[in-house]
Design a protein around this ligand. Structure first.
Ligand SMILES: NC(=O)C1=CN([C@@H]2O[C@H](COP(=O)(O)OP(=O)(O)OC[C@H]3O[C@@H](n4cnc5c(N)ncnc54)[C@H](O)[C@@H]3O)[C@@H](O)[C@H]2O)C=CC1
Ligand SMILES: O=C(O)[C@@H]1CCC=N1
Length: 270
């Protein structure tokens, strides 16, 4: 059977995306090929998902429909070189942080290319992916990319100039939120809770608050006002957060990740 979908780099994000595509029967395992240099990881792919595997990137590039680049930005050049002269013309979808459409189109001249930024909640179908089409991407290519990422969560289309900002926020954001869940749990333990209960309370609080904000569409500041009783417990905590520059620290974390994404893009063009 011919390969419809090729994936170069079978790591964390490849698995987050492909596991859902397979689960939703958008691709069947025998039509997918993951190219991955680590033999242990290749075995994992075969044993867990039944997809085809290879250590040769050119095998993945035989894909008739889509080739997803899921390697680290730092090895893009090596991967581009490994694919020089491939005759097939699948739609190329990059999930690489920072790497510009200009760089991708230099590596894959005249081919349809779409730059995207998914995030790890894709693993449970709760991701959000921003997509930006390249010069040769037609509406039907965009539709294919939308279908792929809709299988793992929400999809937004943004101008390419905003992709580094997206990376700083939703691409890196799951790590920032995970740190916050961990810190909430630590706070509970510091106040005397057993760890297991503290972790459950922390996680459910973040999940419940996010769901409430999403379903009610109220502004986060309004929700904060609803929780803070005059002279109560919450305002005592908010006061401490403000002393510790909580919001400013998060803002600066997103901006630092945005700058790092830009740096990765610049290095990949050298
Ligand atoms: N981890 C995350 O939360 C997100 C990552 N990304 C982007 O996704 C890309 C992949 O990230 P992860 O999955 O986290 O990395 P990872 O390190 O888990 O996966 C990369 C895979 O590529 C393989 N690889 C190394 N050299 C190769 C080569 N020459 N040819 C083919 N495969 C090769 C590695 O063995 C590894 O399995 C990165 O560009 C990153 O910027 C995008 C959104 C979120
Ligand atoms: O840390 C990184 O570079 C990747 C891109 C977005 C999330 N993880």
């Amino acid at each position: 059977m011919s390969i419809r979908l090729g994936i170069i780099g079978g790591g964390v994000m490849a698995e987050a995306i492909l596991s859902r595509l397979l689960k939703k029967n958008i691709y069947s395992p025998e039509t997918v090929l993951v190219s991955e240099p680590q033999s242990q990881r290749r075995n994992f792919w075969v044993n867990t998902y039944g997809v085809q595997v290879s250590e040769d990137n050119r095998e993945a590039a035989r894909a008739t429909e889509v080739l997803i680049l899921a390697i680290k930005p730092q090895i893009l050049e090596q991967v581009v070189n490994s694919l020089l002269g491939i005759p097939e013309k699948p739609l190329i979808i990059s999930i690489l942080a920072g790497v510009t459409l200009n760089r991708l189109e230099m590596g894959f001249p005249d081919r349809p290319v779409i730059r995207t930024m998914p995030n790890t909640p894709a693993t449970v179908g709760q991701g959000v992916t921003a997509i930006a089409p390249g010069r040769h991407a037609e509406p039907e290519h965009l539709a294919v990319a939308r279908d792929i990422f809709a299988a793992v969560g929400a999809v937004v289309e943004v101008p390419e100039a905003l992709m580094d900002a997206v990376t700083g926020l939703s691409g890196s954001g799951p790590a920032f939120v995970a740190l916050m869940v961990e810190a909430l749990s630590d706070g509970g333990v510091a106040a005397g809770l057993p760890r297991a209960i503290a972790s459950q309370l922390a996680l459910e609080t973040v999940l419940g608050t996010a769901t409430l904000l999403k379903e009610s569409a109220i502004h986060p500041g309004e929700l904060k006002d609803r929780v803070t009783s005059p002279g109560g417990t919450t305002i005592a905590g908010v006061r401490q957060l403000e002393k510790g520059s909580f919001r400013s620290t998060i803002i600066e974390a997103v901006v630092a990740a945005y700058h790092r994404s830009k740096d990765l893009g610049r290095s990949s063009e050298k």
